[in-house]
Ligand binder design. Structure first.
Ligand code: NAD
Length: 434
């Protein structure tokens, strides 16, 4: 099938490239000229393991092309996926739909024949209906359907998640769009991937419910970790103890510095906003938001306490800046909040991240207390304390013999083996145990 994907960010680019890999002809569109130029030159504008190889293959097989002008390509495909950002509205926490509406308006303006318009962006319940209204208002003659196909991929694992998803959710309201969506995903469903059809509002809400549930699990285990520290229990064993109960499941039970990233923080706020608008009680979700906000600042307090109550003029190395390992995405990263708070308290903060350092430099700008390094060992040299803030594998394999003995290591991702690190002469602290 011929498919257009509008928005070539983490979701749009991965989706476009994977649709090409499963045999479709894809045009990826983005209004960011710089991104499209890079893609046309075979460069990947984001860090995502495995993406480059599939992209090169798709280009070679003439399965994918790129454009920065939707109006020029719109009528070469019947199906359009909208994969633009839906960032947090800083005023009320709702999802900012301006990018989605801009694409819908452009579609109405330039489309001629039948179009199936599918939202892959995470959008509040009711958005499908609003897109339909907007298109009717701008082009009353256009024959079209809307559908919802929320995306569940995780950055760092995106290719695998797209090609072998736990399930695909598609919300439709007519048979024509159901048939098209069935056909698009046939190469995956023929490999036993389950495709669940729902109505459009349910599909839209499934995405928010899924992310909010996962965020709740993280906030829960973080609070349990605090309780473990206060009672002498061990959160690692506790996670195994509860996670082996199949009703609970073992995933998302690793305590850390709070959840961040481009999805959980904004999606949970957007769900709270949807509930408010619908006069529906979501007190569990409100508690999770509060718990996660407090969490990041509590991590700073933990670091300060370990550093004898004061970090002023001390040197703290922070390893990891991305919101999680295997990505260069720093949106709402807890690591960045920790870096900035420590710098505010007068610490000299030496930072390192394999992929996220350039994004961080852009985001934080000039700060006389924040320094950037190209490898872990330079960053930790002469640091009073080393904080592991992101779970990059390379930190698990740190060569302790290259560090100075007696340095404090504060492992906010519980990556290292306490016995091994302490035996090697370090003062080691982790989350949820002694
Ligand atoms: P992103 O910011 O990485 O990419 C969005 C892209 O859309 C940008 O390249 C931007 O230039 C482009 N764009 C914006 N307006 C446009 C327009 N009018 N025409 C053409 N291009 C336009 O965002 P993302 O992380 O890929 O997220 C996209 C959506 O997917 C969001 O709703 C997000 O919540 C959802 N989502 C993200 C993830 C994730 O892990 N990043 C996972 C699941 C779902």
């Amino acid at each position: 099938m011929k498919i257009i994907v509008v928005g070539t960010g983490y979701v749009g680019l991965v989706s476009g490239v994977c649709f090409a890999k499963i045999g479709h002809e894809v045009i990826c569109v983005d209004h960011d000229q710089n991104k499209i130029s890079k893609l046309k030159n075979g460069e990947i504008p984001i860090y995502e393991p495995g993406l480059k190889e599939i992209l090169i293959e798709a280009v070679k097989n003439k399965k994918i092309t790129f454009s920065n002008n939707l109006s020029e390509v719109i009528n070469s495909a019947e199906v359009l996926f909208i994969a633009v950002g839906t960032p947090q509205n800083e005023i009320d926490g709702s999802a900012d739909l301006s990018f989605v509406y801009a694409v819908a308006t452009e579609i109405a303006q330039y489309a001629t024949g039948y179009k199936l318009i599918v939202t892959k962006s995470t959008v509040p319940v009711g958005t499908g209906g609003e897109i339909a209204e907007l298109i009717k208002k701008n082009n009353s003659n256009l024959e079209f359907s809307v559908a919802s196909n929320p995306e569940f991929l995780r950055e760092g694992m995106a290719i695998n998640d797209f090609m072998e998803p736990d399930r695909i959710i598609v919300g439709v309201n007519d048979d024509r769009s159901k048939k098209i969506m069935d056909e698009i995903y046939a190469p995956l469903t023929s490999q036993d991937v389950s495709l669940i059809f729902t109505d459009i509002p349910t599909a839209e809400l499934i995405k928010y419910a899924a992310n909010s549930f996962l965020a709740t699990k993280i906030a829960f285990i973080n609070e349990m970790a605090d309780l473990c520290e206060k009672t002498g229990a061990d959160v690692k064993k506790l996670s195994i103890g509860i996670g082996t109960d199949s009703r609970i499941g073992e995933k998302f039970l690793n305590p850390g510095p709070g959840f961040g990233g481009s999805c959980f923080p904004k999606d949970i706020l957007a769900l709270e906003n949807i509930a408010k608008k619908n006069n529906s009680d979501l007190s569990v979700i409100q508690a999770v938001i509060k718990s996660n906000d407090t969490r990041k600042l509590n991590m700073v307090k933990k670091i300060v306490t370990i550093c004898d109550g004061d970090v002023k003029d001390k040197t703290i190395a922070v390893l990891g800046l991305a919101f999680k390992g295997n990505t260069d995405d720093i949106r709402y990263s807890p690591a960045l909040i920790i870096v900035c708070e420590l710098a505010k308290l007068g610490a000299k903060v030496k930072t390192y991240d394999k992929e996220a350092i350039e994004n961080t430099k852009k985001e934080l700008g000039q700060n006389t207390n924040i320094f950037y390094f190209n490898n872990s060992y330079d960053a930790v040299k002469e640091a009073d304390a080393i904080v592991i803030a992101t779970e990059w594998d390379e930190f698990k394999n740190l060569d302790l013999s290259k560090l100075s003995k007696n340095q404090i290591i504060i492992d906010l991702r519980n990556m290292l083996d306490p016995n091994k690190v302490r035996k090697a002469g370090f003062k080691y602290f982790f989350i949820g145990g002694k």
